[in-house]
Design a protein around this ligand. Structure first.
Ligand code: NAD
Length: 503
């Protein structure tokens, strides 16, 4: 496979049928990392046709569940074998640190194992009591068909795996389209699926742009389901494109996630240190390019000044640099576009009256931080104090290293602020009062709520959002259910006439 043969259709690696190519850039210095095939509508149609044939006539949907689970476990083993290589690829492609890349590989290994176990446990269907000894009634679960899987650039391997593992476990075939900005780890994952023994045509990959490749997948009449992770604007287009053919649609979209800190969480030095430390982590890991980033700090008025001063002091000390270098804590933003977007949000916030506590610029090498690079798509971790709901930076997902600070005086006010978003992906509450923490968690309208923590997730627990954060869930039993159709088989063991009609 040469560098540009990144399209995989019916078991064959090849370039784009048009011959078009795209450069993949290193976000740490904007140099060209490699070149990939730039697929188009023709490549997409060929991939869908291969997936359709493999679903309608191929062995995979009819392969016993235990064998499908074995394949998933082999993929998990291969991911661990290639752990360092994949982590390096992910770090170079996205800019995240090597250690984050390793964590991603371990997480997706667990996801493949989880879905292997789950599908075996849930095989065999569910017998339903029809209320008569003459009826045998059972609900069985079948694959949906051809799945279109469209993924973003921030967690390319992870998002691909959260879709591929349950799709394959359920017996589907698929075409995946990774982000055109970060396609490399998905290419590696497809190679592992082939190596693990997946039949030709089951797993197809088209590298290329959202339009035409993603758009074609979303409206293709031979696609049965589209599972999309990405931004709100593209997600609504996907939903609209999928509507005429009534595809099943799963959307994992953005978030504007509140991190609510009560003063009692900061009453002890340890409590204060933990809450500040985790607020930093919530907002700035992967330079804030995380759908569940805790980008809105909602802190009790009485501790605001102490909390924000310490947060800004520590944010200024975050070591930026190339993700593959040791000692680096934060990599660059993924693209020039993301950098410009971040700068524009900070500018608009300042114009609307926010107070800059730290950051607010691209880094310059300084005496205190000589290692900070000035090239690449770097932006300093930024804390904006004195923010309020009317500001764009508070309402919209910035997807950059920007933390806004709002304050509250009462529990009701904290809840109202935390729920005051069109999104509803994730949020956290920090309190030493367990009853209060649980009460507030119960009132938050978000798909994941952390109490005295931020960011952990489990493959066994559903992930997804309320409101405009999406439709459906990934991971957990619901993450498998997305890829299955339920079929009720009602068997009459003693058929007789019903005599509804007299004649
Ligand atoms: P994006 O919407 O720009 O792109 C996502 C994918 O959709 C890419 O592969 C892109 O090529 C494709 N695409 C673009 N236009 C399309 C169209 N018209 N039809 C079909 N496909 C199209 O998003 P992004 O900038 O790559 O990713 C960042 C976004 O992803 C953020 O909003 C983030 O919150 C979200 N995200 C959500 C989750 C979650 O679990 N909810 C996880 C990661 C990222």
């Amino acid at each position: 496979m040469s560098a540009v043969e990144t399209i995989h259709v019916d078991g064959v690696w090849r370039g784009a049928s048009s011959g078009a190519q795209r450069e993949v850039l290193d976000p740490a210095d904007a140099t060209v990392l490699t070149v990939v095939a730039e697929g188009g509508a023709e490549d997409t149609d060929a991939a869908v046709a291969a997936a359709r044939r493999a679903f309608d006539a191929g062995p995979w949907p009819r392969t016993p569940v235990a064998e499908r689970a074995d394949l998933l476990r082999r993929v998990a083993g291969l991911l661990q074998r290639d752990r360092e290589a994949i982590a390096l690829t992910e770090s170079r492609d996205t800019g995240k640190t090597l250690e984050e890349g390793r964590i991603d590989v371990d997480d997706v290994t667990n996801a493949f194992r989880y879905f292997a176990d789950l599908v075996v446990n849930e095989a065999g269907g569910r017998v339903v009591d029809a209320g008569s000894p003459d009826v045998h009634s059972v609900v069985v679960y079948e694959p949906v068909g051809v799945c279109a899987l469209i993924t973003p650039w921030n967690y390319p391997l992870l998002q691909a795996s959260w879709k591929i593992a349950p799709a394959l476990a359920a017996g589907n075939t698929f075409v995946i389209k990774p982000s055109e900005i970060t396609p490399l780890s998905t290419v590696h994952l497809l190679r592992l699926l082939v190596e693990a023994g997946l039949p030709a045509g089951v797993a197809n990959l088209v590298t290329g742009a959202g339009d035409p490749v993603g758009a074609r997948l979303a409206d293709h009449p031979d696609v049965d389901l589209v599972s999309f992770t990405g931004g709100l604007a593209s997600g609504t287009k996907v939903m609209a494109a999928a509507a005429p053919s009534v595809k099943k649609v799963a959307l994992e979209l953005g978030g504007k996630n509140p991190n609510v800190v009560f003063a009692d969480a900061c009453a002890t030095p340890e409590g204060f240190d933990t809450a500040v430390d985790q607020a930093l982590n919530a907002a700035f890991i992967h330079s804030g390019q995380v759908c569940s980033a805790g980008s809105r700090l909602i802190v009790e008025e009485s501790v605001r000044e102490r909390f924000v001063a310490e947060l800004a002091r520590r944010a200024e000390r975050i070591t930026l640099g190339r993700g593959t270098e040791s000692g680096v804590e934060c990599g660059p933003l993924v693209s020039a576009q993301q950098l410009a977007k971040t700068a524009a949000y900070v500018e608009s916030a300042l114009a609307e009256g926010a107070l800059l506590r730290c950051g607010g610029a691209r880094p310059e090498p300084s005496e205190a931080n000589p290692e900070r690079p000035a090239s690449g798509y770097f932006y300093l971790p930024t804390v904006l104090d004195g923010c309020h709901r009317e500001m764009r930076v508070v309402r919209e997902e910035t997807f950059g290293p920007i933390l806004t600070v709002e304050t509250f005086r009462t529990e009701d006010e904290a809840v109202a602020l935390a729920n005051d978003t069109e999104y509803g992906l994730a949020g956290a509450v920090w309190s030493a009062d367990t009853a209060r923490a649980r009460r507030v968690a119960g009132r938050l309208r978000h798909g994941t709520v952390w109490i005295n923590d931020y960011h952990p997730y489990l493959p066994q627990a559903e992930w997804g959002g309320f409101g405009k954060s999406g439709v459906g869930r990934e991971l957990g039993p619901s993450g498998l259910a997305e890829y299955r159709e339920a079929k009720h088989v009602y068997e009459n063991l003693r058929p007789r006439p019903v005599r509804w009609f007299a004649g």
